[in-house]
Design a protein around this ligand. Structure first.
Ligand SMILES: Nc1ncnc2c1ncn2[C@@H]1O[C@H](COP(=O)(O)OP(=O)(O)OP(=O)(O)O)[C@@H](O)[C@H]1O
Ligand SMILES: [Mg+2]
Length: 272
């Protein structure tokens, strides 16, 4: 090392030491300032104004929590609007939810809540919602799809259209694979004579059911069939698995598509 190098190194060391002293001084000043502010705040809290502020703290916190919950609900609704379209949920059923102001507590909805909150969804059980038209079966199934956000892949499959895809050699492999492996699947409107015994769809449908049942894939079926018709529609091997897999509910309640009412007789005011 030359004398010049030694001098340079010494200069560098002194600069670093001076910088360190300066940093410590600044940190000390900041600490002092923090202490002063904390003391001033503690004094202020003893004043009537400070006491009032303290008393109102729970109200402010509750309001902040309310706002945070509202912001989260808003974000969830926006996510669902987007997801519902991608998952294949019909537009009319996008307002589906397990809870909400405009949500009616139909039997189908209560069964769906129980399915989610009782742990069946997470356990990979099935849920079969049977019943006449407009009992809210598809709505309730879509509400489960919504509630399952963040729990893996989801899909809403309209069964009649799906059978068409299974019968088409070009679309069959993708349709079959998606119906088997997607984590949560709604098979809407199953039955109705789409699966002919000995036909092409029957073994494919069985393959889907056997696989999903075996792999604990949560699956919701909706159908207009009665319990007996449902049992008669599918092979014993399918029905046997569904019995083990999850609950089968007959959904009652009034019809929900009630916009049209027969004209009522109009009472005219008495002639004067
Ligand atoms: N819980 C609910 N709260 C509010 N509206 C609902 C509820 N359930 C269903 N609806 C509305 O009622 C109508 C019928 O519901 P949905 O389509 O789910 O009936 P469905 O039982 O599946 O009938 P179908 O057997 O004919 O398919 C829809 O317009 C839906 O938006
Ligand atoms: Mg339906």
């Amino acid at each position: 090392m030359t004398p010049e190098d030694v001098a340079n190194e010494e200069g560098w060391r002194q600069r670093k030491a001076a910088e360190k002293v300066q940093r410590e001084k600044e940190e000390h000043q900041r600490e002092e300032q923090r202490k002063k502010e904390a003391e001033a705040h503690a004094q202020w809290l003893k004043t009537p104004e400070g006491q009032k502020w303290l008393d109102e703290a729970p109200i402010r916190e509750a309001e902040a929590r309310k706002q945070e919950a509202a912001a989260q609900a808003c974000q969830e609704a926006a996510n669902w609007q987007r997801d519902a379209r991608l998952l294949g949920v019909p537009s009319r059923l996008v307002p589906s939810a397990l809870y909400g102001e405009a949500i009616r507590e139909t039997p189908a909805l209560l069964y769906s809540r129980q399915y989610v909150e009782g742990g069946d969804l997470k356990a990979g059980a099935s849920l079969v919602l049977l019943g006449p038209a407009s009992r809210g079966k598809t709505f309730a199934a879509a509400a489960v799809l919504r509630a399952a956000a963040g729990w893996g892949s989801r899909s809403f499959i309209h069964f009649p259209g799906f059978v068409g895809a299974l019968l088409d050699p070009a679309r069959r492999p993708t349709a079959l694979e998606a119906a088997k492996t997607t984590r949560l699947v709604i098979l809407d409107e199953i039955g109705g004579g789409y699966i002919k015994p000995g036909g092409l769809v029957e073994p494919l449908f069985e393959e889907i059911i056997f696989w999903r049942h075996g792999e604990f894939r949560p699956t919701i079926f909706t159908s207009n069939l009665t319990g007996d018709e449902f049992s008669a529609q599918f092979s014993d091997r399918v029905i046997d698995r569904i019995r083990e897999w999850g609950p089968v509910w007959a959904c009652g309640g009034p019809s929900l598509r009630e916009r049209y009412h027969p004209a009522q007789s109009v009472q005219r005011p008495e002639a004067a």
